[in-house]
Write a protein that binds this ligand. Structure first.
Ligand code: PTJ
Length: 243
């Protein structure tokens, strides 16, 4: 039992939820180590959404709203942490939601799909093919899901697929706490923020943006500015740490 008064309460609750989700097969054991890497970067970022990440989340919302065929890709960690929040984002953005796993088994696809459907999410289901040219199973996707998408939101992605999606001409919105990852570097919009903070922020902007703002936000997007901002933010925090 983690007391609410614990200074690291939120972080410990998230860990607890992920650990419990390995028992149901939603999260892979590798997913726990991936989360640990994310936590380390979140620590460096002060465990809060920076101004720059908030702007990236605003642009992400605008991109989803102007998209012809927006898709949200969901893996095990994302399903365990933000299934309910993805359901809310689907309603407001009209995005399709597709399960896409690195450690893919039919059983995991089934339990994750059921978890998402229980939260009211409508999933793209049916046959998958290796439409994304990758040797691993992240290459498997649905024709009327990711293959046909123009904008794809990919929380906790691996760099290979983000790069392949960009090469296929898609706009990629990544959520990844690591500003140095290949995913962050190649994404159209790298959101360098924790997924449980990022998704509700995107939903909030989807509700709030007016058409002039959407137009302005999607005209020219410079992804590398968000990486530079995050690294600069971390650098300043590290310089201040002993003061
Ligand atoms: O469920 P599966 O089989 O699809 O597997 C999911 C994982 C996450 C294990 C898989 O996609 C993977 O191995 O991912 P990577 O290559 O480790 O990349 C995950 C990235 O997400 C890392 O750069 C982490 O820093 C980042 N990350 C981890 N937890 C969070 C996060 N970013 C935002 N919020 C988090 N909670």
């Amino acid at each position: 039992m983690i007391p609410e008064s614990h200074p690291r309460y939120r972080s410990l609750i998230i860990r607890e939820r992920l650990a419990a989700s390995t028992k149901t097969g939603v999260v892979s054991l590798e997913g726990l180590t991936a989360h640990g890497r994310g936590e380390a970067f979140d620590y460096l970022l002060g465990e809060k959404t920076t101004e720059s990440a908030l702007r990236a989340e605003k642009i992400a919302a605008a991109l989803l709203l102007v998209a012809r065929h927006p898709v949200i890709s969901v893996n095990g960690n994302t399903a365990a942490l933000v299934a309910k929040e993805i359901a809310e984002l689907q309603v407001i953005s009209k995005a399709r939601v597709e399960v896409n796993l690195f450690h893919r088994t039919d059983e995991r696809v089934k339990v994750i799909s059921n978890l998402l459907k229980d939260q009211g999410i409508t999933l793209v289901e049916g046959d998958v093919s290796r439409y994304i040219p990758l040797d691993h199973d992240r290459g498997l996707c649905h024709f009327d899901g990711m293959y046909s998408a123009d904008v794809i939101l990919v929380p906790l992605e691996d760099g290979d697929r983000a790069q392949a999606l960009i090469a296929m001409g898609k706009k990629v919105i990544a959520i990844d706490l690591n500003p140095l990852s290949r995913t962050s570097k190649v994404a159209t919009v790298p959101i360098i923020d924790e997924v449980t903070r990022a998704i509700p922020n995107i939903t909030h902007f989807c509700k709030d943006l007016c058409s002039e703002e959407i137009q302005e936000l999607t005209q020219t997007i410079n992804g590398s500015e968000f990486i530079r901002d995050a690294l600069e933010y971390i650098r300043e925090r590290l310089l201040d740490v002993l003061d």
